[in-house]
Design a protein around this ligand. Structure first.
Ligand code: NA7
Length: 852
């Protein structure tokens, strides 16, 4: 009979240690299986010279045992590997964990036996243990990458890997040493190896950004913040973005003067932390802000390294700052001023082979006594996939993850019941302070196992729906950042053949913790729980909105604004003007001209946006949103600028008379007058005569659609296309999107009723000039692009209009927008996830112009 446990933990590093403590506390039988002959994980293996933590060590500690804080005093701001290893050994000893750890034991294979509801786990010596649950505490950066350099085995001298450094240390005194790799491990070890070696050659494939660590005793202000109120400090860490309490920035880097920007960059630089550039809130979102910070660091490199060519070779240009993990160094760049240190830039002089005596590059041969590989890890998935997992249906984990990891919350995988991942892919993991993330995961996992026991369930497993939703959400988060622009291990790009997907969850430790808590609060949403007595499954997707849309909704909710329907039109107009004043301005255009045109009942304003390119340009009549009640020609200013830039067209945003002062049909009548006027004046405005399209958002899209029908009915003017963004097309509140999205997504059903009540009498609402979907004949209308948003009460009527146009033979493209709400798709520079749709809209207008 194999040994049987409630829980088998794989790994006895920081995560495995805490898992054992917690499981024991809850009365579960547990064993940890560990390859090494001691605890420590990362801190057991990575013993290379200069190996240190890159999070201030007082933050990189357990919080579960407050006594530890008194028992342990860290000697430095960034503790060395031996000191951190001693700390972890101390914790293991203090909690008497070693009796539950089997050292020198490597898990090779694990198969789920559904009949017994147990994982059958085989180790390298052929022995087997079973456990109801298996907890992978194998770390994110623990499976070293293969050397991947031709001729690797030929070198006759010693070869060292930073990730598997000899316990007795290495003395490089008097040696000629080659180091391959300039990530964190290379950058930490190179200055120290240079102190010993007679000659050091650094082989650099991609230069990295590194900030001086400013190491020394822990800064008194950090100790004081901890000492003042430890509990509060730890709580703040748990609810922070990175697992470290930091001030939350409120400004983007481009919102301050250059002088102020540089001042704050310098302040961050002097602070000596990984978070040197988090003083602005857009560093990982806005390429322009990021480029400024990148150049700041490059300037520092140029100012430090004397040889200009070497300095330039050390300057990173290939990826935005922080999209590969930032490094912290002690004298790294200065090392290249030493006469015995040489840099080989592998981008211009690649390695051709390793030989018996050294390394050949395309430009020559380098002789060495020792070679050091600091070439990194198969990050985040490598250590998990090293175990050959066979799940419920016999499918292997490797097979299921062939196109990238499939997880729910980074905690579990469908088809693999009771298999838990600590800081797995698609959780904040490597983008956070691991100590904080490990504690959160271990606590969530243990509470879940405890819940199963209490509720008499034997198995838990995510549903395919929940998992697919989470994988999408994780990708959506990555996509609004600059991370996918780097060939990094976050993207799996450092391993040949590894799928290129963004691995960690980038929404922040705080957001992630809220999500995990929400899942539990919603009866384990997206998990299926089963046992002899029955089963439970509240299936669903935990986050369906685009991440930035969710943030906008949360931010507005915090403002606790009055409901639209509780206000008078003039109060609503005042509120919207105040909100709009806070928006980012949108992109620069060539020129903006304000003017007037003759509306049906007198002059009305327009605002013209001219592209920077030489004219004449195609012309677009644009109608703003605001439910026929709110707004003016400048109401959608950022969106109009963006449309102008994206389409290369002259956008003319027209005012029209508003309800309730001027109810239906004043708005479409003015809209039609505007289009007629624009057709006649296109040339004098700098447009191409005859190249006229219409566009609008929301009620403005309603006007645009109606104007197309009016122009068709009147025999002109000729309109070559209509871009309808979240259009109102019908006064029918019974469609599913009105029920599904009645509330909670900014534009509510009640608000739409309020708009309609001000705009049109019941009798008028079926007039096609109010509800264009009601037109008997939709044939002969201009080509249309209809954009609808998933969480918009107007979604289904927009889709219905697209369908009806298509049925009438009109050329139609329908662009449904996943995870967007009525007000998000045109929110330029606020909702980044809407940017691809805005590019599509620009293309549509270009197509219309070309198609005439
Ligand atoms: P990293 O950060 O993955 O760095 C590995 C380095 O090795 C990096 O500069 C790589 O260049 C380079 N590398 C990898 N393979 C090769 C080959 N075949 N030829 C030349 N150069 C190569 O690993 P680290 O161990 O330094 O740090 C890992 C994390 O541990 C770190 O981020 C901290 O969180 C702690 P590339 O950039 O791929 O061109």
């Amino acid at each position: 009979m194999p040994d049987d446990f409630d829980v088998v933990v794989v790994g006895a590093g920081m995560a495995g240690i805490y898992a054992l403590v917690k499981l024991r506390e809850l009365g579960f039988s547990a064993v940890a299986l560990e390859t090494a002959d001691d605890v420590g994980g990362t801190w057991y293996w990575n013993r290379y010279p200069g190996a240190r933590c890159d999070i201030v060590t007082t933050d990189y500690t357990y919080s579960f045992d407050p006594e530890l804080e008194d028992e342990w005093t860290w000697s430095e701001k960034y503790a060395t590997q031996p000191e951190i290893l001693r700390y972890l050994q101390h914790v293991a000893d203090k909690h008497d964990l070693r009796r539950d750890i089997r050292f020198s034991t490597t898990v090779e294979h694990a198969a789920w036996d559904d009949d017994t509801a147990r994982w059958v786990i085989r180790t390298q010596d052929g022995s087997t243990v079973t456990g109801q649950h298996c907890v992978m505490a194998t770390g994110c950066l623990s499976a070293p990458k293969a050397p991947e350099v031709e001729g690797f085995e030929r070198f006759t001298g010693p070869v060292y890997f930073t990730s598997r450094w000899p316990h007795e240390g290495v003395d490089f005194t008097g040696m000629r040493v080659g180091v391959i790799g300039t990530g964190s491990s290379g950058i930490q070890s190179i200055p120290i190896i240079a102190e010993q070696a007679a000659a050091l050659t650094v082989f650099q494939r991609t230069p990295n950004f590194s900030v001086p660590a400013g190491n020394g005793p822990t800064p008194p202000e950090m100790l004081a913040a901890l000492a003042a109120d430890r509990e509060q400090y730890r709580e703040a860490a748990k609810w922070s973005s990175f697992g470290v309490p930091l001030p939350v920035p409120t400004e983007g880097a481009m919102q301050v003067s250059e002088e102020e920007r540089i001042r704050r960059f310098q302040q961050g630089w002097d602070g000596g932390t990984l978070f040197a550039f988090t003083g602005f809130n857009d560093m990982l979102l806005n390429p322009v802000s990021n480029a400024c910070a990148s150049e700041f660091v490059r300037e520092k490199i140029r100012a430090t390294v004397h040889d200009r060519a070497v300095a330039e070779a050390l300057c990173p240009y290939d990826f935005p700052l922080s999209t590969k993990r930032m490094c912290l160094d002690t004298g790294y760049y200065e090392t290249f001023n030493k006469p015995h240190v040489t840099l080989v830039d592998l981008r211009t002089d690649p390695i051709t082979t390793i030989t018996e005596t050294g390394i050949d590059t395309s430009a020559g041969s380098h002789e060495f006594d020792a070679i050091v590989f600091a070439t990194g890890f198969d990050a985040m998935t490598g250590a998990i996939l090293k175990v050959d997992f066979a799940g419920r249906d016999g499918r292997t984990l490797e097979e299921c993850w062939r196109d990238g990891p499939q997880t729910y919350l980074g905690l579990m995988t469908a088809g693999f019941p009771n298999l838990f991942l600590v800081t797995g892919p698609q959780s904040p993991s490597a983008l956070s302070n691991m100590a904080v993330s490990i504690e959160q995961h271990v606590e969530w996992i243990c509470a879940t196992i405890d819940h199963l026991r209490a509720a008499r369930f034997e198995r838990i497993e995510p549903t395919e729906t929940a998992q697919a939703g989470w994988v999408q959400h994780n990708t959506d988060w990555g996509d609004i950042t600059l991370f996918p622009r780097a060939q990094s291990w976050y993207m799996g790009a450092n391993i040949p053949g590894k799928p290129r997907v963004f691995l960690p969850f980038v929404g922040g430790v705080d957001t992630y913790r809220t999500i995990c808590d929400d899942v539990v609060a919603q009866e384990y949403l997206g998990f299926s729980l089963s046992g002899a007595d029955g089963s439970q499954c509240n299936d669903g997707v935990i986050r369906r909105l685009q991440p930035d849309v969710q943030l906008v909704i949360e931010t507005l909710a915090e403002l606790d604004l009055p409901l639209l329907e509780s206000m008078s039109p003039s109060e609503a107009r005042g509120l919207m003007a105040a909100i709009n004043a806070q928006r980012p301005p949108g992109p620069d255009v060539g020129e903006i001209v304000d003017g007037v045109f003759p509306g049906v009942a007198g002059d009305l304003a327009y605002r013209l946006y001219r592209p920077a390119s030489p004219g004449p340009h195609p012309v677009v009549a644009y109608f703003h949103g605001g439910g026929w009640v709110l707004g003016d020609a400048q109401y959608d200013d950022p969106f109009c600028r963006d449309l102008c830039v994206q389409s290369g067209s002259l956008i003319v945003s027209f005012d029209y008379r508003h309800a309730p002062e001027h109810p239906f049909p004043a708005a479409p009548d003015d809209g039609f007058a505007a289009v007629q006027w624009l057709a006649e004046h296109a040339e004098s405005l700098g447009g191409i005569p005859g190249r006229l399209s219409v566009a609008g958002w929301s009620a403005g899209a309603n006007i645009a659609a109606v104007v197309c029908q009016m122009a068709r009915n009147a025999g002109g003017p000729a309109i070559s296309g209509q871009l309808l963004v979240s259009p109102v097309t019908d006064a029918d509140f019974s469609r599913a999107s009105y029920t599904d999205n009645a509330d909670g997504y900014i534009l509510t059903k009640a608000a739409m009723e309020w708009f309609w009540d001000h705009y049109a009498d019941a009798a008028d609402r079926s007039d096609p000039r109010a509800s264009p979907l009601r037109a008997g004949d939709l044939s002969g209308l201009p080509a249309a692009v209809v954009v609808t948003c998933e969480f918009d009460p107007l979604r289904d009527e927009g889709a219905a209009y697209a369908d009806a146009l298509a049925a009438a033979g009109v050329e139609v493209t329908h662009l449904p927008q996943r995870g967007q709400i009525h007000t998000s798709i045109q929110a330029v520079d606020v909702v980044i996830s809407g940017a691809p749709a805005r590019v599509e809209m620009g293309r549509a207008l270009r197509r219309f112009a070309g198609a005439r």
